[in-house]
Design a protein around this ligand. Structure first.
Ligand code: FE2
Ligand code: FE2
Length: 133
């Protein structure tokens, strides 16, 4: 699977949120390392969950004002992500460890890119529309 690369078409028009997306992408890309130990993998998975929670909090604060019409659906999408990621953590703790590296990597790449391109873009467009009013 190709590594995710940041590009301007992933920009949501907010510097803080863009830099958090860039950091998440960099963290996810560290999973693309076949020689990672189980311990390293665990650290990345836990770190990602922690950082995703911070990002979601900041993003939700932003779009509650900028795009109230998307709040309900977007909250739900973040919640589903956290519960899916948490299931990976449980599987990791139950001993699957290194066998999870590839599935976790693929899930995160696909989820994050699709989420930014589709759902996060909705608040960018809504904020733009409001600014133009
Ligand atoms: Fe989001
Ligand atoms: Fe986001």
């Amino acid at each position: 699977m190709a590594r995710i690369e940041w590009s301007d078409d992933l920009s949501v028009g907010n510097d803080l949120l863009d830099s958090q997306h860039q950091k998440l992408i960099a963290m996810i890309n560290t999973l693309d390392n076949e020689s990672a130990s189980a311990e390293e993998l665990g650290e990345v998975i836990f770190g990602l969950l922690e950082y995703a929670a911070i990002h979601f909090r900041d993003e939700e604060r932003f779009f509650v004002d900028a795009a109230p019409e998307i709040v309900e659906h977007h909250f739900a999408s973040h919640t589903i992500f956290i519960s899916t990621a948490y299931k990976f953590v449980q599987r990791f703790q139950n001993g699957e460890a290194l066998a999870l590296r590839q599935p976790v990597y693929e899930f995160l790449c696909k989820w994050l890119v699709e989420h930014i391109q589709v759902e996060d873009m909705q608040y960018k467009d809504a904020a733009k529309g409001r600014a133009a009013e």
